[in-house]
Design a protein around this ligand. Structure first.
Ligand SMILES: CC(C)(COP(=O)(O)OP(=O)(O)OC[C@H]1O[C@@H](n2cnc3c(N)ncnc32)[C@H](O)[C@@H]1OP(=O)(O)O)[C@@H](O)C(=O)NCCC(=O)NCCS
Length: 168
């Protein structure tokens, strides 16, 4: 059975789980969404096929306009790690990222914690997650996950692990 919902802000936008048919379009979307790291199309096919119950995609008509990738933390089955959130530039600022994440919370009822990683300068991403914290009266905790020098050999900004707990 296909599970799909329509955006509360714009009923032309459909939100659902991705399938492997979307992997290639997702890679193209990510390419247009700096500062996200572009992974291979094969990577997005794997996410859209094997991890699709913890990923969400938004369409306007046939066009992929937004994507969230995630997985259940292997060390904690109640924790959804959100990896990449990508909203086509012309659809930003309307809460669509939060709607895609809420779709995943609705479909994964055991999840009570979100982990994500954010670079220091990504204000828009930080704001989006802060709004989730406020809406769900959750708590937020931050620590370095992958360090610019120790882990990225000075080739990438540090990724800060943001843990949002008690979201239900
Ligand atoms: C970060 C991102 C996912 C947020 O998605 P969104 O659906 O636009 O989120 P929101 O509507 O909740 O807005 C969040 C913040 O984005 C910023 N924003 C608002 N309108 C914007 C626009 N038109 N363009 C860019 N950023 C905008 C604001 O700082 C806003 O916070 P505010 O509402 O307190 O002012 C989106 O900007 C994006 O895809 N960015 C590029 C990729 C990326 O950085 N992903 C996150 C890392 S995983």
């Amino acid at each position: 059975m296909t599970i799909e919902v329509y955006s509360k802000k714009d009923s032309k936008i459909k939100i659902t789980f991705p399938t492997k048919k979307n992997g290639s379009a997702v890679a193209k979307l990510i390419q247009c969404c700096p500062p996200l790291d572009l992974n291979s199309t094969y990577h997005y096919l794997i996410q859209s096929h094997y991890f699709n119950q913890t990923c969400s995609v938004a369409f306007e008509g046939e066009k992929v306009i937004a994507f969230v990738s995630g997985f259940i933390n292997p060390a904690n089955k109640n924790c959804l790690f959100i990896w990449q959130v990508a909203i086509d530039e012309s659809y930003r600022g309307k809460g669509l990222g939060i709607e895609l994440i809420e779709f995943l919370l609705d479909q994964n009822k055991d999840v009570n914690t979100i982990e994500t990683s954010i670079t220091k300068n990504n204000i828009a991403s930080r704001r989006m997650f802060q709004k989730i914290v406020k809406k769900y009266e959750a708590t937020m905790y931050e620590e370095i996950l992958f360090d610019k020098y120790e882990d990225f050999s000075n080739e990438h900004e540090s990724e800060i692990l943001v843990t949002i707990s008690q979201i239900k």
